[in-house]
Design a protein around this ligand. Sequence first.
Ligand SMILES: Cc1cc2nc3c(=O)[nH]c(=O)nc-3n(C[C@H](O)[C@H](O)[C@H](O)COP(=O)(O)OP(=O)(O)OC[C@H]3O[C@@H](n4cnc5c(N)ncnc54)[C@H](O)[C@@H]3O)c2cc1C
Ligand SMILES: NC(=O)c1ccc[n+]([C@@H]2O[C@H](COP(=O)([O-])OP(=O)(O)OC[C@H]3O[C@@H](n4cnc5c(N)ncnc54)[C@H](O)[C@@H]3O)[C@@H](O)[C@H]2O)c1
Length: 484
Amino acid sequence: MSDRYDLVVLGGGTAGLVSAFIAAGVGARVALIERERTGGDCLWTGCVPSKSLIATAHLAHRMRHADRVGLTPIEPQVDFTRVMDRVHATIAEIEPHDSPARLRAAGVEVIEADGRFTDAGTLEADGRRLRFSAAIVATGSQPSTPPIPGLGGDDVFTTDDIWHLRRLPARLIILGGGPVGCELGQAFARLGANVTIVELADRLLLKEEPDAGALVAKRLTADGIDVRLGTRAIELRRPDRAPKHLIVEDGDGRRQIEFDAILVVAGRRPRTDGAGLQAAGVQLDKRGAVVVDQRLRTSVPRIYAAGDVTASMPFTHVAAHHARVASINALLGMRRTIDQTIPWVTFTDPEVARVGLTEAQARARHGDRAIIARSDYATLDRAITEGENDGFALLVADPKRRLVGATIAGPGAGEVIAELTAHIKAGNRIDAVSTTVHAYPTLAEGPSRAADEHLRERYAAARYRAAVRPVLAVRRALAMRGHG
Ligand SMILES: Cc1cc2nc3c(=O)[nH]c(=O)nc-3n(C[C@H](O)[C@H](O)[C@H](O)COP(=O)(O)OP(=O)(O)OC[C@H]3O[C@@H](n4cnc5c(N)ncnc54)[C@H](O)[C@@H]3O)c2cc1C
Ligand SMILES: NC(=O)c1ccc[n+]([C@@H]2O[C@H](COP(=O)([O-])OP(=O)(O)OC[C@H]3O[C@@H](n4cnc5c(N)ncnc54)[C@H](O)[C@@H]3O)[C@@H](O)[C@H]2O)c1
C-alpha cells in the first residue's frame, strides 16, 4: 500500500511534535512516525525528569541551610523511592501535551513504528510506504559511551535508564562534568549520595566562561562532591573480595574510586543509524549528524532536519525553533533561516545562563577592543536578601558597544538571560541594559549593574570629562548672571 503526504516527520520528540502540529495547523496532510514514545528525550529522560529531581534536591539543600535565612536548619528525610515516584508523576502530568491522542486530535496521522527512508521520496514504517512532498528528520540524539574496559552491566547507567532507579546509590561516580554531569551530580549529592565527578578536562562546563565553571566546581565541592578534574577513567574493576572500583589517572598517577553505580554523561551523539538516510542520499558528517544549511535543508531537496540530530545546539527550545523554521520552509517553500541568538541554561545551583559570545570568543574577534563589563552578586541587594549572593553577570560588547554576549552565573540566571537575549536580537548597545529601568530589588538588576559600571567608567574617562567641562563652565556662568 502506498500513501502520499504533504509532510512526513521521522521522530516524535520536541522537533518532530512541533513540526507535525504546525503542519496540521496549516491544513497539510501529515504523518509522524515514532518508534518508542512521543515526547522524546525532553519528556522521558531529559529536561522533565532532571528538573523534577533538581527541584526536590534544591529544597533539601535549602532545608539543610535554612539558617541562612534565620531558621533552624533541618536534615530532610529523603525517601528516594518517593522522590522518583514524584519524578514519574511529573512526567505523567506533562505527557498528555505530547501524546499520540493530542496529535491525532490535531489532525496528525501517528504511526507508532520504526521508520526508515527507502529513497529520497519515500519512508517505510509499519509495513507501509509513505510517499512525501517533504520530510523532516527529527530522530534526536543518544548518550555516547566512551570505550572504557568494564563499562557495562547493571550498575552502569546513562540518562536513558537512570530514571528507573528505586534506591539511591550510596557511592555514585559521574563520568563527565558537562551540563548533565553537573546538574545530576549536584542533585544526587543533595539527596544523600556520595558523588564523585570525573572530568577529563581541567574544568567543569567547558563551553562556558571559565569563572562560571569554577563557581560551579566550588559549589559542588561545598555540596560534598569530590570533583576530579583533569582525570581520565581507565578501567572498571569488580573484584570478588573487594569493593567495585574505577581506576582513574590524573597528573599524579593512578588511583581507584569505589562505587555502587556509575552514571555516564560524557556527551551525546546524533541518532541516525538505521534511519535509511544513506538510501535517501542525505549527507551526514563525521559524527553521524545530518548536515543542514541555515534553512535546515539537507543535501536532498525535499528533506529537512531539525533538533539534536543536526548536532548544532542540543536543547529543547532549539528543537522547537528548528521545527518552526523547517516545517514552514518544507511545506510552503519559504526561505526562513534559523536564529543566531539562542540562550541556554545549566540548571545547577547557582544556575549558569549564556547567550552569544564568551569573553574569550569576543577577544579572539576584536582583541582589546572588545568591551567586557562585570558585576558581582555579592553586592546585589536582592541576592543578599535571598541569602544567595554567590555569582556574577558578565556582558560582552563589540567595539561599537553592541551587546554580543552575556553570561550570568547566579540565582535566577535562567530567567534574567531572556532580557539580554532580547537586547542582542534587537542589536542594542550595552548602554540599553543600563538605561532600561529595572524594578528594585530584582535579580534582573545583576546585568544592569554591570552595564552601569561600564557607563560609569566610560563617562569617567578623561575625554568625556574634557568634553563636559566647558558645558559645565557655561552653565555655571549663566547661573551666576541670573543671580547677579
Ligand atoms: C538529562 C538531560 C537533561 C536535559 N535538560 C535540558 C534542559 O533543561 N533544557 C533544554 O533545553 N534541553 C535539555 N536537554 C536536551 C533536550 O532533551 C534535547 O535537546 C531535546 O529533547 C531534543 O529533541 P529532539 O526532538 O531533537 O530529539 P529527541 O527528543 O531525542 O526525539 C527524537 C525521537 O525520534 C525517535 N526516533 C529516532 N529514530 C527513529 C526512527 N528511525 N523511527 C521512528 N522514530 C525514531 C526517538 O524514539 C525519539 O522519540 C536535556 C537532555 C538530557 C539528556
Ligand atoms: N540545561 C540544559 O539545557 C541541558 C542539560 C543537560 C544537557 N543538555 C545538553 O545535552 C548535551 C549533552 O550534555 P553532556 O553533559 O552529556 O555532554 P557534554 O558534551 O556537554 O559534556 C560531556 C563532558 O564529559 C567529558 N568527558 C568526555 N569523555 C570523558 C571521559 N572518558 N572521562 C571523563 N570525562 C569525559 C567532556 O570533557 C565533557 O566535559 C549538551 O550539549 C547539553 O548542552 C542541556
